[in-house]
Design a protein around this ligand. Structure first.
Ligand code: GCU
Length: 478
């Protein structure tokens, strides 16, 4: 007999039973949820809870909620007060992981330097995975009579093969006309494209995605004509040219857009299958930008107008962090200049002054490898600190700059870091930083490590450039 379930008294009571079970379960769940809420009562508990969500969830909404909670929390405990800096002890760059003292260059080069690189790769910037790629340099334009005849302007694109038609690093190069080639050159990335560094109408306006910034004329994430020259006061192109230097720049967003989850539009996509993600110890955006700088160097080594042994890398702020990491890995950069690079750049992390690891990882989760967030709020557990990043530049000249009002970047922490990198320079018989205490405002000091703290805010000024060029002259000119 076929029974209609709806009218089967037995089936009805099963349903009732099921309903009761479900109701009971939901009720106990409510209690559980309530007790979980009570359980998550302290900041320490919430931290664990949200760190876990941010690290593991696939749901964008949950990720954003966790990120924003953590970011508020970490920002809430930021200090700009020296009295609140915790006691900390820096790891000695010259003692190996198994406790041996590094007494000579050969032990530095063969043991300790690689150890330090491996730590920064695994826990901070992430390592570049093995992958192959096509690379091609295409000269788009050359104007031997740019800037009123003062310079030769070249625009060259670095391309990555037919399979990646949207990927290109577009270089803008100015070379001084009044000096004999090959010339020393200073490469550096920009935040909003080549056309922002000078109002020269010959510069192609970038069509790439950009972070929103109405005030400089970025509309719908794209540059407009209004953006031309908006950052010229950060670059001082004419000053560089007069001093006999070439300038080489590209938009950081050509290498990777500066936003979480844009890896598909980045050089990192060259290393992965679609939807494949970098492992926890593999490169973040800063390491991708650094990789791009090395590809720019690959081009520069083919350009006969540029002296390949006199190429000094510069970077400001997030791009200063990038310059340090690129310079640490790629020894073809003969000088490295870090301008206001702050947290994750020149500044010591263990001081916890200004921007901390927790803040940076939750404001810009794409910049570093995922492992870096293990040190959110746990700076005291770091087996290294940023002075060891600076030490990787040795014996090459390094210049670190702070700005007095840029407390977010911890000027004193940047200075101390440069000072604590000095013993590695001394191993080479070189003077690192020539002073042991913070110099007066606007009083540069120059050994093989140079440093100044200037008055004013976060930014790059003419004063900064004049000192960079003076510093470069000491090593690049007879
Ligand atoms: C933010 C960020 C800094 C970074 C700076 C910049 O302030 O917190 O770490 O250096 O942006 O790149 O301008």
């Amino acid at each position: 007999m076929i029974m209609n379930e709806r009218y089967n008294p037995m089936s009805l009571s099963i349903k009732k039973l099921l309903f009761l079970i479900i109701a009971a379960l939901s009720w106990s769940n409510l209690i559980y949820a309530k007790s979980a809420a009570t359980w998550i009562h302290s900041d320490a508990d919430s931290l664990l809870y949200y760190e876990d969500i941010m690290a593991n969830t696939d749901r964008l909404e949950d990720y954003e909620k966790a990120r924003s909670w953590l970011n508020n929390y970490y920002r809430g405990i930021v200090t700009n007060d020296e009295a609140e800096v915790p006691d900390y002890e820096l790891v000695d760059p010259l003692i190996t992981a198994d406790g041996q003292i590094v007494k000579d260059r050969s032990a530095w080069v063969s043991i300790r330097r690689p150890e330090i690189i491996a730590m920064f790769e695994s826990y901070v910037y992430g390592k570049v995975p093995e992958f192959t790629y096509d690379i091609e340099f295409q000269t788009r334009s050359v104007d031997p009579d740019a800037l009123g005849g003062m310079a030769t302007r070249k625009q060259v694109s670095i391309l990555f093969g037919e399979d990646n038609p949207d990927l290109s690093i577009d270089l803008l190069i100015y070379l001084p006309n009044h000096v004999r080639k090959p010339v020393p050159a200073i490469p550096g990335l920009s935040f909003y494209g080549n056309h922002t560094i000078h109002d020269d109408e010959g510069i192609t306006i970038s069509q790439k995605w950009m972070r929103p910034n109405e005030s400089i004329g970025i509309r719908n994430n794209r540059a407009t004509e209004a953006t031309r020259g908006v950052y010229s006061e950060r670059w001082h192109v004419e000053k560089l040219l007069q001093r006999g230097y070439g300038l080489v720049t590209a938009y950081a967003g050509d290498i990777e857009p500066d936003e979480h989850n844009r890896i598909n539009e980045s050089v990192r996509s060259l290393a992965y299958e679609e939807n494949e993600e970098p492992a926890s110890d593999e490169w973040g955006t800063i390491a991708a930008w650094a990789w791009g700088l090395s590809r720019m160097m690959d081009y520069l080594e083919t350009d006969e107008d540029i002296d390949h042994d006199r190429i000094g890398l510069i970077g400001h702020s997030r791009l200063g962090k990038t310059a340090l990491w690129a310079g640490a890995l790629d020894e073809r950069f003969a000088i490295v200049i870090s301008n206001n690079s702050g947290s994750g750049g020149a500044a010591l992390s263990s001081r916890r002054f200004g921007e901390t690891i927790g803040v940076i990882n939750t404001s810009f989760p794409h910049w570093f490898c995922k492992n870096y967030s293990r040190y959110n709020n746990k700076e005291h557990m770091l087996p290294f600190d940023q002075h060891m990043l600076l030490s990787l530049i040795a014996p090459r000249p390094l210049y670190v700059t702070s700005a007095e009002e840029d407390l977010w970047a911890d000027p004193r922490g940047e200075f101390l870091s440069a000072r604590e990198a000095s013993p590695v320079y001394e191993l080479y018989g070189l003077e690192g930083l020539p002073v042991t205490s913070l110099p007066a405002i606007n009083h540069p000091v120059m050994g093989t490590i140079g440093y100044h703290i200037r008055d004013g805010r976060h930014g790059v000024t003419l004063f900064d450039w004049e000192n960079y060029l003076d510093f470069a002259d000491r090593f690049f000119k007879d």
